[in-house]
Design a protein around this ligand. Sequence first.
Ligand SMILES: [Zn+2]
Length: 150
Amino acid sequence: MVRASRNYTEKFLVAIGKSYLKALPHKTSKNSYRLQFAFMFSLLFIYAWTQKIYLIPTCIRRTAKEQFDRYQKGRTIAGKKVTNVDGYKKKSKHQRWRAGDVLVLAWEGNRFQSKWRPIEPYEILGEFWEGLGGTWGGRWKLRDYCHFEI
Ligand SMILES: [Zn+2]
């Protein structure tokens, strides 16, 4: 989904994000990236709220072993492949505290339901994330709509 123009809220939150990045010294240090990610991830939740998209975080930090276990899916374990990153030779941004997965909730009946589909809310968030300068997993060959990283 491509939208012609960003709304005011989105522009404002992106401006906050960019100012924050300018205010961060030593932009290439490990801790600086982590601070950057944490702040951007917070802005993602704020932005989602303004768009009436209700989110919960599902995974941020992952160990090499946890990543390796995911890598086995669709390889040594039945199911579809979910990642091309094995956690050892190639590290996930989750291992560096620079990625977060989210789940969109929908209010149905009288309770929240978890929704991996439709993907439209994830696309709205992905575009916002890219506006902040981040990388959205929804663009990858092995689509990962719920994944946001820097
Ligand atoms: Zn992820």
